[in-house]
Design a protein around this ligand. Sequence first.
Ligand code: ZN
Length: 90
Amino acid sequence: MSEFSCCFFYCLKYRKCCICGKHADIAHVEAVGMGRNRYAIDHSGHRFMALCREHHMEQHTIGILLFLELHDVMPLYLDYEQRKKLNVGG
Ligand SMILES: [Zn+2]
């Protein structure tokens, strides 16, 4: 795991918004890649990031792709063990 993604992992672990550092909830980011096949959703491909209420709202308002570009943040793929460890559902 790179230092870069480690920072976002820390945010998930301590429930800190990865943008502003306020108390955060875990935002569940659906796979947003191109050519998503709705008949073959890969459940292991869901990504997570820690966002405060404000930034979570913004994410839904402007859309995930623009949001990620604007704030230069990177949602993390979490495997089953990591989700369990961080107490994250999904
Ligand atoms: Zn925030």
